[in-house]
Design a binder for this molecule. Structure first.
Ligand SMILES: Nc1nc2c(ncn2[C@@H]2O[C@H](COP(=O)(O)OP(=O)(O)OP(=O)(O)O)[C@@H](O)[C@H]2O)c(=O)[nH]1
Ligand SMILES: [Zn+2]
Length: 199
């Protein structure tokens, strides 16, 4: 992975409900996939940066879906960065853990019939998790981020990120957004995907 593959294109000021961020646009030249990072404060000073690596969930992040916890996690992460006045939200456009929106809708249709989030992907002949987290490493490098305190409940994501060469000095839990519609989904994440969601 190098700057020829993940290219920084441009950036702008983005005022949000959770403060003013600098929004950076990146392109993966292999797929033309566009990614973004929201930055607040000086993240290139060498101190560990509060960060969330968020995977796109159109249904949860933008359409108020209650089937998952993604929207609440994104909101809480942005609030946490605002509270510190410093941090990075890396927003990777890897919808549906990388299978894409249409396949996620197919998976949701199978979930309507009783399959869980893991079984549905497998029934479609798709990987349970097809995300490429090495993109985040280049984004951090471009921003001058040397190490992070990562907001996540997923220890396997931490391991994958470390394998990519990202230095994670602390895991910060992000347990928000539980509701009656997503309790089964969260239980499956805890039981089958080993997310640290239970006390
Ligand atoms: N295929 C599929 N993807 C889903 C489903 N529900 C949410 N997603 C996607 O899952 C991704 C978020 O991953 P999660 O497994 O919730 O969490 P994580 O990023 O691995 O871990 P955290 O950092 O703790 O949130 C987003 O890309 C969502 O679009 C589902 O039922 N099926
Ligand atoms: Zn979601």
């Amino acid at each position: 992975m190098n700057s020829n593959i993940i290219q920084h294109i441009t950036s702008c000021r983005l005022p949000t409900e959770y403060g003013v961020f600098q929004m950076h646009g990146f392109v993966d030249t292999r797929s033309n996939q566009e990614h973004t990072a929201l930055v607040m404060g000086d993240v290139a000073d060498g101190n560990a940066v509060l960060s969330r690596i968020h995977s796109e969930c159109l249904t949860g992040d933008a359409l108020f879906s209650q089937k998952c916890d993604c929207g609440a996690q994104l909101q809480a992460a942005m609030q946490a960065v605002q509270a510190e006045g410093r941090g990075v939200i890396v927003y990777l456009r890897q919808e549906g853990r990388g299978i894409g929106l249409i396949n996620k809708i197919r998976a949701y249709a199978l979930q309507d019939q009783g399959l869980d989030t893991v079984e549905a992907n497998l029934a479609l002949g798709l990987p349970v998790d097809a995300r490429d987290f090495s993109i985040a490493k280049y984004i951090y490098e471009h921003l001058g981020v040397q190490s992070v305190r990562l907001l996540t409940n997923n220890p396997e994501k931490i391991q994958t990120l470390r394998d990519c060469g990202i230095e994670i000095v602390e895991r910060i839990p992000l347990k928000v957004g539980e509701n009656p519609e997503n309790i089964g989904y969260l239980n499956t994440k805890a039981d089958k995907l080993h997310h640290l969601l239970k006390d």
